[in-house]
Design a protein around this ligand. Structure first.
Ligand code: ZN
Length: 314
């Protein structure tokens, strides 16, 4: 379903609607909910467990050398294949990972270098241009209009690259550290719980409104109310529904952003690509970076796509 373009939440809804027992029901947990959640679907779709393998060594103790670090070489994961029944094939699993995590590359402008499209002047927000004779990036506004419009902001490409790689390596070490992982998770749980409750309330309201709509439809079919009455009643409900659905979409975004496990898997996916390429490339860079700003001090301010993990750096 996911590969055909249906989102996590819609899949969850379909499973709930078709009365497929939810994981918490199957596990006979105390707080069972008959409903599936989008986050459960996402968890299942990114967990190699469902390939039928038992994977060890995805998380491991901190180590000094890059080679022995866990996330990286997928080949080094200890995979005991076919320990249980697979519910998803290897090929489909890889396709799903690509669809979930792969960042679509920007359409490159005429002449592009590694950081073109990501690099901006901190003071005037102009994008920075690559000057190949000096292997530096320079504020586009300054380059075009001169001193009157901005000052001479420049930065060497290798300085940014060094900073990014050092940050990535630090992040890998953080992930290796079980305490850090726990702390990340704990910080999140409270907020997650609060927002999930908010989300559930909205979902209940949507359900109630939908069943109200159905009852009006029934009344209309029975001839108890006129179609004008029906229109009047359902129009109000529809306006309300649109508002709630917008709120739900926003909440889903926030919830996804808060989900530390998801963030760590996203990082792991990007790191795997980086590790295979042995360097930062136009293909793997977007997995990590949102934006880089450079001020007159020539220190790059890098915004990563992993707010929780990278907030712990330095
Ligand atoms: Zn500038």
């Amino acid at each position: 379903m996911y590969l055909s373009g249906i989102g996590f939440d819609s899949i969850a809804k379909t499973l709930s609607y078709e009365n497929v027992p939810s994981p918490s029901m199957v596990a006979e947990k105390k707080k069972t909910s008959p409903y599936w959640h989008g986050s459960t679907i996402r968890y299942i779709l990114t967990n190699p467990h469902y390939l039928g393998h038992t994977v060890q060594g995805r998380e491991t103790t901190a180590s000094v050398t890059i080679d022995s670090r866990i996330w990286l070489p997928k080949e080094k994961h200890i995979v005991v294949k076919d320990t249980h029944a697979a519910i998803i094939s290897e090929h489909v699993f890889e396709l799903v990972q690509d669809k979930i995590f792969k960042v679509k590359n920007h359409i490159p402008k005429a002449q592009t270098h590694l950081y073109t499209n990501y690099l901006f002047c901190k003071d005037c927000s102009a994008s920075m241009w690559y000057r190949s004779n000096r292997t530096v990036y320079i504020c586009g506004r300054y380059a075009k209009h001169g001193k009157k419009y901005c000052s001479n902001h420049t930065i060497k490409e290798e300085i940014i690259t060094k900073a990014v790689i050092s940050d990535i390596m630090q992040a890998v070490e953080l992930i290796d550290n079980k305490h850090v992982r726990k702390e990340l998770q704990r910080n999140n749980e409270v907020t997650l719980e609060h927002l999930s409750a908010q989300r559930q309330k909205l979902l209940d309201k949507v359900d109630k409104s939908n069943s109200l709509k159905r009852s009006f439809l029934r009344l209309l079919a029975e001839g108890t109310i006129t179609s004008d009455d029906y229109q009047g009643e359902t129009q109000l409900i529809d306006t309300q529904l649109i508002e709630w659905k917008n709120k739900l979409d926003k909440l889903s975004d926030v919830l996804n952003g808060l989900d530390v496990e998801y963030e760590l898997r996203k990082f792991q996916y990007g790191y795997r690509q980086f590790f295979q390429d042995h360097q930062l490339t136009k293909k793997n860079l977007p997995q990590f970076i949102n934006r880089i700003e450079v001020g007159e001090d020539k220190v790059p301010i890098i915004t990563y796509r992993f707010p929780h993990l990278f907030s712990l750096l330095n």
